[in-house]
Design a protein around this ligand. Structure first.
Ligand code: ADQ
Length: 463
C-alpha cells in the first residue's frame, strides 16, 4: 500500500523557540494560531517543519535536524547579514509596505535581492531534502515567495501549496516591484496559491496574467503547461481554546480586577495590535481624541486602553511611528484626563495569551482599525471570548476579517470623524442590539476556526 502523504510546513520561523541556555536549554512550542493549527496536523502525519530558529548564527554554523514531540524539525540558519538583507530590508521594507497599499513608500534596493534569493533557496533545499514522494509541502508568507518555484525545480514529485498571510496588492502597485516577474514565477511554482480574501486572489490572477504570461480562468490558471489553483482561504483562530480560556475562573477574576482598576462604571474601549504602521493606531487615537473633544462622552464615562506589542524596531518607520503614537497619547491625556481618570492607558508590551483573554473579557468595546490587514486575528479573538454575547466590535473595512464579520460596526479607518462616531455609537448601543450583532459574529468564528481553515487548504492541495 502506498504511504499516506506527509505534511511539510515551510515558514519563516520554526514552531518552537529555544529557551534558557547551557545544558538546561530546551525547545518550547511558540504560541499563535498557525502553530496551534498545524503542529497537531504535522504530528499526526509524522510531518516536518522547516524554519528559522530566530537567532542569527555565524556563517557555516548549522543546527542539526531533530525530532520534537513527533515532528521533524529542520532548522534554517541565517547569518546576521542575511537577517538584515532578507528579513529587515527586503521582507519588511519592500514587500510589507508594498503589499499593504504602499502605506509607507516601499524601498527597492538591488542589494537586498541577493540575500532574499539565497535565503529562499536555503529554505527550498531544506524542504526538498525532507519531503518524500507525493508529500504535501505548504509554504507560508511573503518572506518565502520564491520557494514554491525553487522546490518545483528540485522536487517535481511533491505537491506544493503557498499561502500569503498579508494582502496581495492591486496590479498597479505590484507593477512597481523590479522583481515582479521573478516573484510571480516563484509563486506560480505552487499547485495551490491561497490568499486571505477573494480580492487578493483576483489581484494575483491579474498580475500573473499581465507580468508572467499565465492564462486561463481565475481559479485555475495555466502556467507553463501546469494548472495552478488560486483561491481564498480566510484564516481563523483556535476558537475552542479562546472559549475555554475565557471560561476559566482565573480569567473571570482577572477581568473583574481590570474593570475595578479602571473604575467600575467607565466603559472600556480596548485596542490590541502589533506596533505596526498598518494597524492605524495613530488615526484611531485621533478619533478617540475627537470623541472627547465633542464632549458627549468624557474620561469619566470611558477609557481607551491600547496594548501594543513592540515589533520590528530596527526598521526606521517603526521607531518613528512609536514616537508619534506616544506623543498623541501624551497630548490626549494632558488635555482630557482627570485625577484618577486617565483617558488613555498605553501599554507597549506583549501580554501572555491568557492575560490577553482577560483583557478581551474585561472590555466593552474592541476597536480594530488597520489601514490594511490581511485578516486580523485580534478581531476574531475578541469575538470568541464574548461567551455571554456582550460587547461591540468596531472594525476596519480594510481588514480581511471585515469580509466575514459583517455585523461589526464597519468603519473607514482614515475617516477620523466616522471612527469617532462609530465609537460613540458603540458606547451608546442598546444592549439588545449589541447582543444580536455579537451572536452572529460568534456563530461565524465558531463555525470557521483555524482547523477548518487548514483542512480546507490541504483539501485543495490533495486534489
Ligand atoms: P499580524 O500582522 O501579526 O499577522 P494579527 O492577525 O492581528 O496580525 O495577529 C496578531 C497576533 O498577535 C494575535 O494573535 C494577537 O493575539 C497577538 N497579539 C497582538 N498584540 C498582542 C499583545 N500586546 N500581547 C500578546 N499578543 C498580542 C499577520 C497578518 C494578519 C493575519 C495574520 C494571520 O498581518 O492580517 O491575520 O498574519 O494570517
Amino acid at each position: 500500500m502506498p504511504k499516506p502523504p506527509r505534511l511539510i510546513v515551510v515558514a519563516n520561523r520554526l514552531p518552537i523557540n529555544r529557551v534558557g541556555s547551557g545544558p538546561s536549554a530546551r525547545w518550547v512550542e511558540s504560541g499563535g494560531g498557525l502553530v496551534t493549527a498545524l503542529v497537531p496536523m504535522c504530528r499526526a502525519q509524522r510531518g516536518a517543519w522547516v524554519g528559522w530558529t530566530g537567532a542569527a548564527t555565524s556563517r557555516g554554523a548549522a543546527v542539526r535536524p531533530f525530532t520534537h514531540e513527533g515532528i521533524g524539525i529542520r532548522p534554517v540558519t541565517l547569518s546576521e547579514a542575511e537577517v538584515d538583507g532578507f528579513y529587515h530590508q527586503m521582507s519588511n521594507r519592500t514587500f510589507w509596505p508594498l503589499y499593504h497599499d504602499a502605506i509607507r513608500t516601499p524601498d527597492f534596493d538591488h542589494r537586498w535581492w541577493r540575500p532574499y534569493f539565497e535565503v529562499n533557496r536555503r529554505y527550498a533545499r531544506a524542504a526538498a531534502s525532507v519531503a518524500g514522494k507525493g508529500d504535501l509541502v505548504w509554504v507560508h508568507d511573503y518572506h518565502l515567495q520564491l520557494v514554491p518555484g525553487m522546490i518545483r525545480e528540485l522536487r517535481p514529485d511533491v505537491k506544493i501549496g503557498f499561502f500569503l498571510h498579508i494582502p496581495f496588492p492591486p496590479e498597479e502597485l505590484f507593477a512597481w516591484l523590479p522583481w515582479r516577474e521573478k516573484i510571480l514565477r516563484g509563486l506560480l511554482g505552487a499547485d495551490v496559491v491561497g490568499f486571505q480574501t477573494h480580492a487578493s486572489a483576483l489581484n494575483f490572477v491579474r498580475a500573473a496574467r499581465q507580468f508572467a504570461g499565465a492564462e486561463g480562468p481565475e481559479e485555475q490558471l495555466e502556467f507553463e503547461g501546469r494548472a495552478v489553483h488560486v483561491g481564498s482561504y480566510p484564516i481563523s483562530i483556535d476558537t475552542p481554546w479562546f472559549e475555554a480560556q475565557a471560561a476559566e475562573a482565573e480569567t473571570v477574576r482577572e477581568a473583574a480586577t481590570i474593570r475595578r482598576r479602571i473604575g467600575g462604571n467607565r466603559k472600556l474601549i480596548l485596542c490590541v495590535d502589533r506596533l505596526d504602521y498598518t494597524k492605524g493606531i495613530d488615526t484611531r487615537l485621533r478619533a478617540f481624541e475627537l470623541l472627547l473633544e465633542r464632549g458627549r462622552f468624557t474620561a469619566r464615562d470611558c477609557v481607551l486602553m491600547q496594548v501594543a506589542v513592540p515589533s520590528r524596531e530596527p526598521v526606521f518607520e517603526y521607531a518613528e511611528m512609536r514616537t508619534r503614537i506616544e506623543q498623541i497619547v501624551g497630548r490626549i491625556n494632558g488635555e482630557y484626563s482627570e485625577p484618577g481618570r486617565v483617558a488613555v492607558h498605553y501599554f507597549r508590551r506583549s501580554l501572555a495569551r491568557k492575560e490577553l483573554v482577560a483583557y478581551y473579557r474585561a472590555a466593552d468595546i474592541m476597536v480594530v482599525t488597520p489601514l490594511r490587514d490581511g485578516m486580523n486575528l485580534v478581531a476574531k479573538e475578541f469575538v470568541a471570548t464574548r461567551l455571554d454575547g456582550s460587547g461591540v466590535l468596531v472594525l476596519s473595512e480594510f481588514a480581511g476579517a471585515a469580509r466575514e464579520l459583517r455585523r461589526a460596526l464597519l468603519v473607514n479607518p482614515r475617516d477620523i470623524e466616522g471612527v469617532a462616531s462609530a465609537m460613540e455609537q458603540a458606547l451608546s448601543m442598546p444592549r439588545s442590539d449589541a447582543r444580536q450583532r455579537m451572536s452572529i459574529l460568534r456563530m461565524i468564528v465558531r463555525r470557521h476556526d483555524v482547523a477548518v481553515w487548514a483542512e480546507s487548504f490541504l483539501e485543495s492541495l490533495r486534489r
